[in-house]
Write a protein that binds this ligand. Structure first.
Ligand code: ATP
Length: 545
């Protein structure tokens, strides 16, 4: 059963060391997350797979790692100082500050044509505050999303040291266009790929790592002759879609959405968003835009830009003249891709039916939990949270034991944990979950944080331990991420590795001492086969690909 709620992913991510709330010892910092020991491996693997696919597997790409801090003029001439803003409105009634374009989109079922249309709808009281329902919204105003900082030891207060934390990595590529062209002697078409942090002071971050203020982008700027742009654009849309599928993402959870004319950024000729069916609904994973020659021209010396030192252009040998290439930009988020792979890989199922009397006891507990929520004073407990918890409890109670995974996902819900009886619900469900459910992350072997885990059948048998540790060392030396573990019985260790997404587990037993073979267990088929220690590295490398 795939994850039905993002909470299931959040809960597993916290429990198993993928992602932790940032600065938790001081109460956290809203919508900021730290990647834990497993998460950093997964995200690194996503980035590595992307780099391999867009740089190493092609002959027309180079890599780059530009600085986060750049001359402020980059952001002036890119247009970000003026236009990189979200329209915000304030609710006079409940004092919340929602994004006006989102309110419009949700309530009218389509994107607004611009700020004027949003404000006309607000003035006509056609839009409601999504929090309290009041129609008392202020005129929407643009709010710049760039984080400001000061370069230099002294803040003179006059903006002379003003710099921004880059809101996208793309501009670092545009301003290096000439450097890459000159040093790498490239001919069109060619592209530059870059992975790096970007920062946006998002008004409404949320949905776990989907939208945060600090995130990582994986961006490509692919330069082509004007006229060859449309075919190159389509080729990138297809290639990028296939990348997710090749790494195991289910095709039915992925779709291409053509941006409507009125949605397009002012520089874009066409843009297709790759969307993933996250538990909270279809949402953007990557945007693939045809940015025409807008950016290279914007950073070239001209009457509009007297600050640039020169022109960003290309000498076309065939036409014997300088041209400004068009740019195709596949722009992906490393965090969003990681989250999407996690969601897609998540599989929780009941392995056997728990005894009927235990199910009845749990159902009664869940029902009494729903009653306790219902009785809570609305002043002390948000009505929205009450509605959500009661609906969840009723669904779970009706579907037990099949809904046990949903109940386990509620364990981390802060509102649920404010209800006394929930402690009992948790105790019983966790005990049943431990015994009767199996969570598996069916991650592609190339993405899995750990490729292979090695266990000795008995940890108090030095010869088994020594051989198992040796197998682990050899596999690591063969370039596979391998771990050694002897902290539990083999069945328990398998379960734990299933939850982390480890595709292969190896058990070293007494037969291994005699014939130097070990048992390799496959996470997905659960099939076990004996493989000679000498062949392990090659066999597993072949499966990882
Ligand atoms: P959205 O509409 O979701 O705000 P966007 O269209 O502004 O995204 P782009 O500027 O096209 O996003 O950025 C390219 C990619 O960077 C996005 O497809 C997404 O994967 C990632 N990204 C953008 N903003 C964020 C964010 N706040 N948190 C995490 N990833 C982000």
């Amino acid at each position: 059963m795939p994850a039905t709620a993002l909470e299931q992913i959040v809960s597993l991510a916290k429990r198993r060391g993928f992602v932790f709330p940032s600065s938790a010892v001081y109460g956290g910092l809203g919508s900021t997350w730290d990647y834990g020991p497993l998460g950093v491996e997964l995200k690194n693997n996503v980035k590595r797979a992307w780099w391999r696919s867009v740089v190493y597997d092609r002959d027309d790409m180079e890599g780059l790692d530009a600085a986060i801090l750049m001359n402020r003029l980059v952001w002036k001439y890119s247009g970000h100082e003026k236009t990189f803003a979200d329209p915000m409105t304030d609710c006079r009634s409940c004092k919340s500050r929602p994004r006006a374009d989102h309110v419009f989109q949700e309530q009218k079922g389509r994107d607004p044509k611009g700020l004027d249309e949003i404000n006309a709808a607000i003035a006509a009281k056609e839009l409601k505050c999504p929090k309290c329902g009041a129609t008392d919204l202020t005129e929407a105003r643009p709010f710049n999303l760039m984080f400001r900082t000061t370069v230099g030891a002294v803040d003179t207060g006059d903006d002379s040291g003003l710099a921004y934390l880059r809101p996208e990595t793309a501009q670092g590529i545009f301003v290096n266009f000439g450097n890459v062209l000159d040093t790498m002697r490239r001919k069109l078409p060619f592209g530059v790929a870059q992975i790096g942090k970007a920062f946006r002071n998002e008004i409404t971050p949320g949905n776990f790592t989907f939208r945060t203020r600090e995130f990582e982008q994986m961006e490509i700027e692919y330069f082509v002759r004007p006229g060859e742009d449309e075919a190159a654009h389509q080729a990138w849309i297809d290639a990028r879609t296939q990348w997710y599928v090749d790494l195991g993402m289910r095709r039915e959870n992925l779709r291409q959405r053509e941006q409507a004319k009125e949605e397009l950024a002012h520089y874009a000729k066409r843009c297709v968003d790759l969307e993933y069916k996250f538990p909270m609904g279809w949402s953007e994973l990557e945007g693939i835009a045809n940015r025409t020659d807008y950016d290279l021209k914007a950073h070239s010396r001209s009457p509009e830009n007297p600050d640039a030192v020169g022109e960003l252009k290309y000498f076309d040998q065939e036409q014997k003249k300088h041209i400004v290439p068009y740019v195709i930009e596949p722009s992906a988020g490393a965090d969003r891709a990681t989250l999407a792979f996690l969601c897609d890989a998540y599989d929780e199922s009941l392995v056997k039916e728990p005894p009927a009397e235990e199910v009845t006891k749990l159902r009664e507990l869940v029902q009494s939990f729903a009653k306790s929520v219902d009785k809570k004073d609305p002043k002390a407990f948000e009505p929205e949270a009450k509605r959500r918890l009661i609906a969840a409890a009723e669904n779970i109670a009706a579907g037990l034991p099949g809904t046990l995974p949903d109940l386990l996902a509620l364990s981390d819900d802060a509102d649920a944990n404010r209800i006394e009886v929930f402690k009992k619900v948790r105790g019983v469900s966790e005990k049943l979950g431990e015994e009767f459910t199996r969570t598996v992350l069916r991650l592609h072997p190339r993405l899995a944080p750990i490729t292979v885990a090695v266990f000795p059948l008995k940890k108090n048998e030095p010869r088994l331990v020594e051989l198992a540790r040796g197998v682990k060392r050899d596999l690591q030396a063969a370039g596979l991420r391998a771990v050694y573990d002897d902290t539990g019985a083999i069945g328990k260790l398998y379960r734990r590795q299933d939850e982390l997404g480890t595709p292969f587990c190896i058990t070293v037993d007494f037969q291994s001492l005699e014939d130097k073979t070990v048992t390799v267990r496959d996470r997905d088929t659960m099939a076990q086969e004996r493989v000679g220690v000498g062949e392990l590295g090659g066999a597993l490398r072949g499966k990882v690909g």
